[in-house]
Design a protein around this ligand. Structure first.
Ligand SMILES: O=C(CO)[C@H](O)[C@H](O)COP(=O)(O)O
Length: 251
């Protein structure tokens, strides 16, 4: 597939948004006509959605069915004329493309700082292939390592009780749990839930064990750690594009 980029523009003079776009365009090369495609959410994923729409308009892609992971992406895809469905009608997704907030060396992710973690995990977890697209600022040695939050979606009922329980779970990792607020009111997800953001001073240790502990808490709906779900990572940096498959996954 031909590249839509000017060959005279080198990665070293690209902005962060242009790097995100590069990663997104590269990921869309994995999309083939006839596929059911999970459409991610966020400033990186929106470039992939726009590119898919562009290739559909040009007739270079045909018969794509998109499964959006948020109302925002749903609206973008509708405005661009991408045919849409959902997991009830299409329980198997051929390929999903989405951004991430953190990526560790094993391709485990933190997602959901945009608040769409539950739908993203449902769609991307149902995908045969999940391509993660990031600029190189998202790479971390371990999850929680950027100093930014690990989000947890919780039911509104007694959310401060759940927030306190989450903080207790990771006290040894120096956890501060905060209810997410947007424009001075509690942030509400597409599913009518709230988000508790976990800020960790230290590594939370075994990730599967941490995941189990969070999911066992009554009041928790889902967390933003995506463990063993991503199959391929595309990183755009000033020195170019890097494509990496999860160990044991064929390209
Ligand atoms: O998980 C997400 C939304 O819930 C996003 O994919 C994640 O926050 C990355 O966003 P961006 O591409 O804007 O940096």
């Amino acid at each position: 597939m031909g590249s839509a980029f000017d060959p005279l523009v080198t990665p070293s003079n690209l902005t962060q948004d242009e790097l995100k776009k590069r990663a997104a365009y590269k990921a869309v090369e994995y999309v083939k006509s006839g596929m059911v495609v999970g459409l991610g959410t966020g400033s990186t994923a929106k470039h992939a959605v726009a590119r898919i729409a562009e290739l559909l308009r040009q007739g270079k892609l045909q018969n794509i069915i998109g499964i959006p992971t948020s109302t925002t992406t749903h609206e973008q895809a509708v405005s661009l004329g991408i045919p849409l469905s959902d997991l009830d009608s299409h329980p198997v997704v051929d390929l999903s493309i989405d951004g991430a907030d953190e990526v560790d060396p094993s391709l485990n992710l933190v997602k959901g700082r945009g608040g769409s973690l539950l739908r993203e995990k449902m769609v991307e977890g149902a995908s045969k292939k999940f391509v993660v697209i990031v600029d190189d600022s998202k790479l971390v040695p371990h999850l929680g390592g950027s100093g930014l939050a690990v989000p947890v979606e919780v039911v509104p009922f007694c959310c401060d009780f759940t927030r306190g329980k989450l903080e207790e779970l990771f006290r040894e990792a120096g956890c501060k749990a905060k209810l997410r607020v947007k424009e001075e009111t509690v942030a509400v997800t597409d599913n009518g839930n709230y988000v508790v953001d976990l800020y960790l001073e230290r590594d939370m240790g075994d990730l599967e064990a941490a995941s189990e502990k969070i999911l066992r808490l009554p009041g928790v709906v889902e967390h933003g750690m995506f463990l063993g779900i991503a199959t391929t990572l595309i990183v755009a940096g000033k020195s170019g594009l890097l494509v990496q498959n999860r160990s044991g996954v064929k390209g």
